[in-house]
Write a protein that binds this ligand. Structure first.
Ligand SMILES: [Zn+2]
Length: 186
């Protein structure tokens, strides 16, 4: 059963935020999508960097296999044999370098926003917990929490304009995470 919107008191246009983001039939406009999306987990390795690390690992394995097979690639030219034997390692090293560069760029971009919350993975999980409980009314363009609050200190909320969604969820998550959770010394 869908919860009713606190503003228009009707349930016909309400949808869980995480479902609205996935709804291909009624896609949200890009600015709204941006506002409602859960921010990426802090300190993580980006998908692009992981792809480079995996490719580098595979090529290193391939290079190792070539090296161990002792095969020179069917040529007697020493330069060609060296290239054939160690080429995969060279490419692996280049890919590893690119992966590390992408990773450190990702990290530095994250630390540029270090004054923002969440900063630790635990805090991000609290945020995710709150975020999963949020609903949206498409008619009124407001977000709200239905009856079940995500934490003991968090009351079911009145409607919040979508422009305030990121700050609102962060505030709720910080409040929900406070009892019994020592501040992370990160
Ligand atoms: Zn409404």
């Amino acid at each position: 059963m869908r919860p009713a919107c606190p503003t228009c008191a009707a349930p016909d246009e309400t949808v869980a935020v995480r479902k609205a983001l996935l709804d291909a039939d009624r896609p949200l406009d890009p600015p709204t999508r941006e506002l409602l999306s859960l921010p990426p987990a802090p300190g993580g390795t980006s998908g692009a960097a992981i792809t480079f690390f995996i490719l580098a690992g595979l090529l290193a394995l391939l290079g190792l296999h070539t090296l161990l097979s002792g095969d020179g690639g069917g040529s007697s030219d020493p330069a060609y044999r060296i290239g054939y034997r160690y080429g995969a390692f060279l490419v692996a090293a280049v890919l590893l370098g690119i992966g590390l560069a992408v990773h450190s760029d990702h990290r530095s971009r994250r630390s540029a926003t270090a004054d923002q919350w969440p900063q630790t993975h635990e805090q991000w999980q609290q945020l995710q917990q709150v975020w999963r409980e949020t609903w949206l009314c498409r008619r009124c363009r407001v977000a709200f929490l239905p009856a079940a609050p995500p934490g003991p200190d968090v009351a079911a909320s009145p409607a919040v304009p979508l422009a305030q969604f990121p700050q609102w969820t962060a505030t709720l998550a910080r409040r929900a995470g406070r009892p019994g959770t020592p501040a992370a010394s990160d």
